[in-house]
Design a protein around this ligand. Sequence first.
Ligand SMILES: O=C(O)CCC(=O)C(=O)O
Ligand SMILES: [Fe+2]
Length: 279
Amino acid sequence: MSWVWMEFQAVNHGIENSFLEEVCEVAKQFFQLPMMEKEKYARQKGEFDGYGNDMILFQNQTLDWNDRLHVSLIPEDEKKRQYWPQNPQSFRRILNELTTKIQQTEKLLLKSMARSLRLEEDCFLKKFGERRIIDARFNYYPPCPRPDLALGLKPHADSSTITFLLQDKEVEGLQVMKDDQWFRVPIIPYAFLVLVGDQMEIMTNGIFKSAVHTALANSSKARHTMPIFCTPEPEKVIEPLGELINDKRPRLYKAVRNYVDTYYDYYQQAKRPIDAAKI
Ligand SMILES: O=C(O)CCC(=O)C(=O)O
Ligand SMILES: [Fe+2]
């Protein structure tokens, strides 16, 4: 496998297309269920997990044109099974399989990222802690009557270290910012788009930049995507690795902890949380 930075599409990632097809299928079926059925998994106030739409934290924030189901995969004892749908029936089995498979892909990628910086290959995983987090989100963007007035998702970079994004196989919508311009991301069926998140930017002292991205709304077609977020254990201190600080590249970021907790306050106000971590 070869990687390029900020965001890139990973094709030979080790997870079979047939399995990813099953994942897409159960997600589609879930969002087609009657509202009463989906609301059995409704997100409760103050939680991330569950079924719902954009969180309202501020009166004047813009809302994302998107429904989502958020589920935690690891650590095992924190996965809040009450939010793992039992309908469609195969959903839980598929989430269990996804949990095993994505951890292998994550390890492979993190080792490869470390090697590309001439670092010891386990350096990222060690910093993330024994109880690092992986969660998956199923996004559903219904057709929007006025796509000129709404966004599927506001521009943001993820709070994760890395995010694996499985895009819709037929409907485009994702855009990534580069040199202050938006670029559309083409669809490669069954590829994961790997997005560098804020906590990787901090750890690599800005060598890998977190990718600012947005999802457009669409007037005629529904769109489904699945990002999987990899995040350090919340109590771990995340800061630039000593090996990546030197005279030419002084330390650029403060140490952070519980980064995800403050992240949404910034997101909902369309601000970049990583700016608060800059020295
Ligand atoms: O749906 C997409 O294309 C992007 C999803 C995303 O960026 C997110 O959920 O953080
Ligand atoms: Fe994102």
